[in-house]
Design a binder for this molecule. Structure first.
Ligand code: ADE
Ligand code: ZN
Length: 331
């Protein structure tokens, strides 16, 4: 089964590039930039990755991102992730970045964007990995800050396919960003939003009806509202589910309790993703393996999940069809 998962071409649709910052690279960049870290070693840092909930993770995640200062830092971060993708036969990625995390500490928007973009171009030419970039607004910040960030993105529409919404979910419902999402939609961006990770089903309804998103990131709490499950099934709105993330952030207690298979059986367009792999103990392959082991998924269910990754992507219909044929014929 592991070699079957390895050999399947896979797409990743829910990945925060800042969440791929491995402790080793964090120490390297801290040293290069002359930044002291509050941990004596890589091991001590890794040992601190023991989270109670989303917020306890976010506190460390934003602190870790402080070592990212130069365009080269963002290039190195993204290139390291793409090399992992190549090893795991991840052939298409749609990755998030959080510009406000960086611009709020004085890093230029273009430093962040150009470093990531240059690495994605190298991934395309040197590794054959196709990619799109999605800018996420931090939902714990104001609507005004999101509008200012959208303004910074407009001259770079050729490099950014979509707009998303992440960070602390509880207390920051999607409706807070209805107007800025409307402006992003008018500017021609694709739209996605985190909803129903820790937040209630109502947040998923809001993301669908008020933000008009094409995909829901996480969405696992939809199960609490049968009408919502039906709506997601009828619309075939993709859910970008992140199993190891849900386990590490205590959305579930045990992987055996994950509702991924239940959602798949309801006919929802469920995909498997890594979220913040450096913090949650696994990249895309490890997420698939964890689900197979805990939920006893069949080979055909794994194939379905891999196919869903391409169906739910922003690739052209031609590119989707090409990958779906490879997935369908993988042995
Ligand atoms: N930012 C990075 N990872 C996140 C997650 N799982 N939920 C919300 N915001 C995030
Ligand atoms: Zn996420």
């Amino acid at each position: 089964m592991q070699s079957f998962i390895q050999s399947l071409p896979k797409a990743e649709l829910h990945l925060h590039i800042e969440g791929t910052l491995e402790p080793e690279l964090m120490f390297q960049l801290a040293h290069r930039n002359g930044i002291p870290l509050p941990y004596p070693s890589v091991e001590a840092l890794r040992a601190a990755y023991d989270f109670d909930d989303l917020q306890s993770f976010l506190d460390l995640y934003y602190q870790g991102a402080d070592v990212l200062r130069t365009e080269q830092d963002f290039y190195d971060l993204t290139w390291a992730y793409l090399q992992r993708c190549a090893e795991q036969n991840v052939v298409h990625v749609e990755i998030f970045f959080d510009p406000q995390t960086h611009t709020d500490r004085g890093i230029e928007f273009e430093v962040v964007l150009n470093g990531i973009h240059r690495a994605l171009e190298a991934g395309r030419t040197k590794l054959g990995i196709s990619s799109f970039l999605i800018l996420c607004f931090l939902r714990h910040l104001s609507e005004e800050s999101a509008f200012a960030t959208l303004q910074q993105a407009l001259p770079h529409k050729d490099k950014i396919i979509g707009i998303g919404l992440d960070s602390s979910e509880l207390g920051h419902p999607p409706a807070k960003f209805e107007r800025v999402f409307a402006e992003a939609r008018n500017a021609g961006f694709e739209l996605v939003a985190h909803a129903g990770e820790e937040g209630p089903p109502e947040y998923i309804w809001e993301a669908l009806q008020r933000l008009k998103v094409a995909r829901i990131d996480h969405g696992v709490r939809c199960q609490e509202d049968p009408e919502l499950v039906l709506e997601l099934e009828q619309r075939q709105t993709p859910l970008t589910v992140c199993p190891l993330s849900n386990l590490k952030l205590k959305v579930i207690d045990r992987m055996e309790d994950h509702n991924l298979l239940w959602l798949l059986e309801q006919g929802l367009l469920v995909t498997i993703n890594a979220d913040d792999p450096a913090y949650f103990g696994g990249y895309l392959l490890e997420n698939y393996v964890a689900c197979v082991e805990a939920l006893d998924l069949s080979k055909e269910q794994v194939r379905q999940l891999a196919a869903n990754g391409f169906k739910a992507s922003f690739l052209s219909e031609t590119d989707k069809a090409r990958w779906l044929t490879v997935v369908a014929t993988s042995l």
